[in-house]
Design a protein around this ligand. Structure first.
Ligand code: CA
Length: 230
């Protein structure tokens, strides 16, 4: 039996009950919410292993919930399986961009739902624990403790510098442009005026701090930045 807790946010009682029944049959512990506000609150307090999230909800829609959960440190790693109606094609795309893990279009079979839930939980429990430590050359990034060392010596980074280094390393050698980095590190809705030059400034500071590993942080003029793994 699994001890994993799944939150179902769905306002149609028949669908909600069917989902709950089938997930419980698979051994999951299930909570449900019938509107968006309650769903958000439950997700923030109960910190479930996964949220099955309907998009059309009273009080607060699923996209807003997704956005808020992915913005908070405490809830950003909770996987989200979106449930959409056929007419919500664009919402589906927005949801995936906001960080939802997968989607199911209504009507769906319970067998399909269970398969998706299992796949997401497998993905989220597997690699995450393995990747708690990023090691490249003499540089070590401890994701859980947010600690960085170069040649076993601790390097003190600001929160943004740490995030920047992590995002670059996790891109596995792909080039990230400055807009992308801003979006990933400073968030989708930047309340303060932040220019792309901010990224350059942080890259500069990061470079000075990571000593001999600086050579891996490559600037591509007019394009962006890349982390060289080898
Ligand atoms: Ca609905």
């Amino acid at each position: 039996m699994s001890h994993e807790h799944i939150l179902v946010v769905e306002d149609e009682p028949n669908i909600s009950q069917a989902i709950q029944y089938n997930l419980e049959k698979e051994g999951y512990r299930v909570s449900s919410a019938g509107d968006g506000a309650q769903g958000l609150k439950l997700a923030q307090t109960a910190l479930p292993s996964l949220v099955v999230l309907d998009l059309m909800l009273p009080q607060m829609d699923g996209l807003e919930i997704c956005r808020l959960l992915k913005r908070e440190e405490k809830t950003k790693n909770i996987p989200i399986l979106m449930v959409t109606a056929k007419s919500q094609e664009t919402d589906k795309v927005v949801g995936l961009e906001l960080g939802a893990d997968d989607y199911l279009a209504k009507p769906f079979s319970m067998r399909e739902l269970i398969a998706r839930v299992k796949a997401i939980l497998r993905r989220s429990s597997g690699p995450q624990t393995v990747q708690e430590l990023l090691v490249c050359g003499t540089l070590k990034l401890d994701l859980a403790r947010r600690k960085v060392t170069v040649k076993e010596k601790e390097v003190v980074l600001t929160a943004k510098e740490f995030d920047l280094l992590r995002v670059l390393m996790e891109a596995k050698g792909r080039v990230l442009d400055r807009e992308k980095l801003l979006e990933r590190i400073w968030g989708l809705d930047r309340s303060i005026e932040i220019e792309t030059r901010t990224v350059d400034v942080h890259v500069g500071q990061l470079r000075r701090k990571i000593g001999s590993e600086t050579k891996r942080l490559v600037t591509l003029k007019g394009v962006g930045y890349r982390w060289d793994w080898d």
